[in-house]
Design a protein around this ligand. Structure first.
Ligand code: GAP
Length: 616
């Protein structure tokens, strides 16, 4: 539950985003469209910077990652193979009264934020703390009056007399409806608490929610002029699948060797049941995903003669030939946190959450969620999953096209292994397969037979140098990162003038690397042509290298304040000293630093060497 201070902070951030042109509601003049957001002039620059920085760190600064830009609409079979058609759904309930849809697993969290719900909780705490419960019809009537306006469809409101009578009766007899807070809340939310489904009231009106039903999150459309089942297509719900289906093409055309990665940045679409928390859960958003393909552990063991595991602590260093999937997984978690540190977020802003075995998606061997401390709670910014060979195997199965790679070095290495090593590699694989089959519900005996069959076929292929690569997937949301950066950057500064009047200003303390505008250029006065001409010259000097905002209107303090609110880290002021009023200061400017207001005199010729290392 977010407290009122955090809610207020979020409201301020949302309003600043609109006021300064970072983020607007989509289609606003038509009343908006829930779950869709547009990025204004500053937001578009911020987003571009974030995506460029990710691309540079993932693709340009590495020899082992290449890029891809695939289509949003792809062959529908891809979503059958990936499991999205069958399992990519959220549980959804409908309010029987107001007909609004609510994600069942978020109903409690949503309703907890409502003031009327808190009144019910307070009433319960005050009333039911001692037994027998002293409750009267009059007390329940008062409670009903206090929630009536905001929760008109709550059963206690709709059918006050019946619900109150039942609660009073229960208090004096079996006490069942007062046995705990949840039971009590449920009792006031429904006319018939015995109907089996333990739900919470509708967060919008207090009405009764239906039982959860699975709701597929993919946006559906048709390609071509005829709308039929034969030309159904979907807007991609993640960018990852395109990487898997193009894996073979990229591998064969990019001259990469295993292990290597394919990166993609692009739009994804999910018909979220309840988009919320500003851009955090949107229906159209962008992802930055890397699929890093690695050799299976058995191939690594055969090639390197040993297998490094996470316990060795190797993941902090430079990739090595003996790394198994666990080490690669930890390595990518560390790389991603370092990326965030590099753009102004601190390690303490995150929580690394290792999913428990029963929380893992069916394809994942391990998943780490990088959670960020947003004002509305600690929530996922990025997921880093070790997906085994699930995806490439599925696409091989559904497309009938091989996703295997051939590794000549592996084939040669296998011929040199002694029998004991071959057997131990096979035994290790067989036991992993057996365990996974048992987990999926197979009987021990059946699992053992199947595991032997699988491992025999698998090792035969491996011996010939063939395998389906495994994958580590760091998958981040662009929009969530933008929101995290905005929340982290938001500061209020209170200043008091000589007359004791205080003023609160907003300063967005973006890291210079992500800041939408890097530098503001200000002639001290706009009616002095020499100052203006010099300021234009400084602007033109900087512009090819960074985003510059030229501003000549208003008092210089106001101009600084406007740029502080936009998050511009540096300001350059051209004054009379620049023009040589003091000869020793000819062609120098004032360089102002946003975060501490520090000002220093810098030669125009030194501006680029000073600023460039700070923004790159
Ligand atoms: N390929 C794996 C995948 O898509 P995910 O955890 O569903 O995994 C990855 O999504 C990231 O995409 C999330 O960590 C989040 O940053 C972002 N994301 C997911 N759904 C989103 C939504 N509805 N709105 C904004 N960002 C979202």
């Amino acid at each position: 539950m977010s407290d009122s201070k955090s809610t207020e902070l979020m409201e301020k951030i949302v309003s600043l985003c609109k006021r300064r042109g970072f983020i607007y509601p989509s289609s606003e003049i038509y009343g908006g469209i829930n779950g869709f957001w547009d990025y204004g002039p500053l937001g578009a620059e911020l987003k571009r910077n974030v995506k460029d920085l990710w691309w540079r760190s993932m693709v340009h600064y590495r020899d082992d990652v290449v890029g891809l830009e695939a289509t949003i609409i792809m062959h529908p079979m891809i979503w059958k193979a990936s499991g999205h058609l069958d399992t990519f759904s959220d549980p959804m309930s409908t309010c029987r009264q107001c007909k609004k849809l609510v994600r069942s697993d978020q109903a409690l969290e949503m309703v907890e934020d409502a003031e009327w719900f808190q009144r019910l909780q307070q009433f319960y705490t005050a009333t039911a703390q001692s037994l027998p419960i002293a409750v009267t019809v009059e007390a329940l009537e008062k409670l009903e009056q206090s929630v009536r306006k905001k929760a008109p469809n709550l059963a206690l409101v709709r059918a006050r007399e019946a619900v109150s009578a039942r609660l009073v009766e229960s208090a004096s007899s079996d006490g069942a409806e007062w046995s705990n807070e949840t039971q009590f809340l449920r009792s006031v939310s429904t006319e018939n608490p015995g109907n089996g489904y333990a739900h919470f009231p509708c967060p919008h009106c207090g009405g009764e929610l239906t039982e959860p039903r699975p709701f597929n999150l993919m946006f559906k459309s048709h390609y071509g002029p005829v709308e039929s089942e034969d030309n159904v297509c979907y807007l991609r719900p993640e960018t990852a699948q395109a990487i898997f289906v193009q894996f073979k093409n990229v591998f064969e055309t990019s001259r990469q060797k295993m292990p290597f990665g394919i990166a993609q940045v692009g739009k994804a679409f999910r018909n979220e049941v309840t988009p919320r928390n500003f851009t955090f859960r949107s229906r159209e958003f962008e992802q930055m995903e890397l699929e890093f393909f690695i050799k299976p552990d058995e191939a690594v063991a055969a090639l390197a003669g040993k297998l490094a595991t996470a316990a060795d602590g190797a993941w902090q260093g430079v990739p090595q030939a003996d790394w198994g999937w666990e080490v690669w997984h930890k390595y990518w978690v560390e790389q991603r946190v370092r990326f965030y540190e590099n753009i102004g977020l601190a390690r303490e802003d995150f929580v690394e959450y290792w999913q428990k075995p029963d929380e893992l998606a069916h394809y994942a061997r391990a998943t780490v969620d990088i959670l960020f401390r947003f004002p509305f709670g600690v929530q996922e910014l990025e997921g880093i999953a070790a997906r085994g060979d699930f995806d490439l195997t599925q696409h091989q199965k559904f497309s009938g096209k091989s996703t295997e790679v051939f590794d000549e070095e592996l084939r040669a290495a296998w011929t040199k292994l002694d029998d004991a090593t071959r057997q131990s590699i096979k035994a290790r694989y067989e036991s992993t397969v057996r365990e996974s089959l048992v987990k999926r519900g197979f009987l021990e005996s059946d699992a053992a037979i199947q595991a032997t069959e699988f491992s025999t076929a698998y090792i035969e292929k491996l011996a010939k140098g063939y395998y389906v690569p495994h994958v580590i997937e760091p998958s981040a949301g662009v929009d969530r990162l933008i929101l995290a950066l905005l929340c982290k950057a938001y500061h209020e500064v209170v200043s008091t003038d000589e007359k004791g009047k205080s003023e609160t200003r907003v300063v967005l303390k973006f890291h210079p690397r992500v800041a939408p505008i890097k530098v503001g250029v200000f002639p001290l006065l706009k009616n002095k042509p020499e100052l203006v001409a010099k300021a234009h010259a400084v602007r033109d000097l900087l512009r090819p290298h960074m985003t510059v905002f030229y501003d000549e209107s208003g008092a210089i303090g106001r101009r600084y304040a406007r740029q502080d609110e936009a998050g511009t880290p540096f300001g350059v002021t051209i004054d009379f000293e620049t023009l040589g009023e003091k000869p020793e200061l000819l062609d120098t400017v004032t360089l102002r630093h946003r975060d501490d207001g520090r000002q220093e005199r810098v030669a125009i010729a030194d501006l680029l060497p000073r600023l460039l290392p700070l923004i790159r």
